[in-house]
Design a protein around this ligand. Structure first.
Ligand code: ATP
Length: 292
């Protein structure tokens, strides 16, 4: 039995450059792994089947699950014929803008690479991951990165910013497709702020980094879901710090470089919401101090 952790990500920037002819949007985003994780156990099966179970009722455990799709893609691309049973402990909120499903898929790819003894590099696994979903290649590496294209072109940075994120998940279903459909030409930009964000983080200029956080999808999500706008205002007044959204939402986050401050924010926000998490920024799998 092999254990893999699948970490959540937040978007520190999310710029949309425009809409492509294939229907996808061209994005430019700073992604950062945080230490909120699902746990995945992989157990070889003698009968060559891919099977799955999860105590969580919030995800399907058949071919609709990105874990199963990742296992299928791995076998297709490597010729590996072995079976596997996937057990998923779901801790990352689902459809939350935290890439939980993509991270699970990436964990299955990394795990199967070990189980099968295939010896693929992370670049090769990321290439397989692009078949499963746009965010999977980033999740194969994790850490601090800029993702471009539809998200699958990843530039990695070895730096681990010393920063904490307090995440709030409002338990509201947000349709990612509706959010992207709601983008207007005025939401597009030709000068994304990702490189400046990475520069600030690498130089340790935390206050400037916090001021640079931006998400082009936030305007759309907040206009589609007015209750989220009201919640954001409430959280901003409690936190006395900028509050931002990750991905297409609905998860919001507040950043601080000070751990005790993050804990105080957590205590204050737990008073108004159930799903609040204090997370630390963590590095990627390509780094010496990679998460397990
Ligand atoms: P992103 O930030 O990449 O847009 P997300 O956090 O918004 O992702 P996910 O939690 O990855 O969204 O889930 C999106 C959809 O994928 C859900 O509708 C869910 O049913 C489906 N799904 C398939 N497999 C998984 C999985 N292992 N974990 C979570 N969701 C999964």
């Amino acid at each position: 039995m092999l254990l893999q952790r699948a970490y959540a990500k937040i978007n520190l920037t999310l710029d949309v450059l425009g809409r492509r002819d294939d229907g996808y949007h061209e994005v430019d985003m700073v992604m950062q792994t945080v230490d909120l994780s699902d746990v995945i156990w992989l157990e070889p099966r003698e009968d060559g089947e891919i099977t799955m179970e999860s105590a969580s009722s919030s995800v399907p455990v058949d071919e609709r699950n990105l874990c199963v799709q990742a296992a299928q893609a791995f076998r297709r691309r490597t010729g590996f014929a072995g079976g596997v049973h996937i057990q998923l402990e779901k801790n990352i909120p689902v459809a939350a803008g935290l890439a939980g499903g993509s991270s699970d898929a990436a964990a299955v790819l990394r795990g199967l690479n070990q189980l099968a003894g295939a010896g693929l590099t992370l670049d090769e696994l990321a290439d397989i991951g692009a078949e499963v979903g746009s965010d999977v290649p980033y999740c194969v590496y994790g850490g601090l990165a800029i993702a471009r294209g539809r998200g699958e072109r990843v530039a990695r940075y070895p730096h681990v910013p010393s920063m904490y994120a307090v995440l709030l998940h409002p338990r509201l279903f947000v349709s990612t497709a509706d959010v992207y459909r709601g983008l207007e030409p005025s939401d597009f930009t030709s000068s994304p702020r990702s490189e400046e964000m990475v520069r600030c983080l690498v130089e340790g200029d935390h206050e400037r980094a916090v001021a640079l956080v931006y998400n082009a999808l936030e305007r759309v999500t907040l206009s589609l879901y007015p209750e989220l706008r009201a919640l954001k205002e409430r959280v901003t007044s409690i936190a006395q710090r900028p509050v931002h959204m990750s991905g297409s939402g609905p998860t919001m986050f507040v950043l601080t470089p000070v751990q005790t401050h993050a804990q105080r924010l957590y205590n204050a926000l737990r008073g108004i919401m159930k799903d609040v998490y204090v997370c630390r920024f963590v590095g990627g799998y390509h780094q010496a101090h990679a998460p397990s």
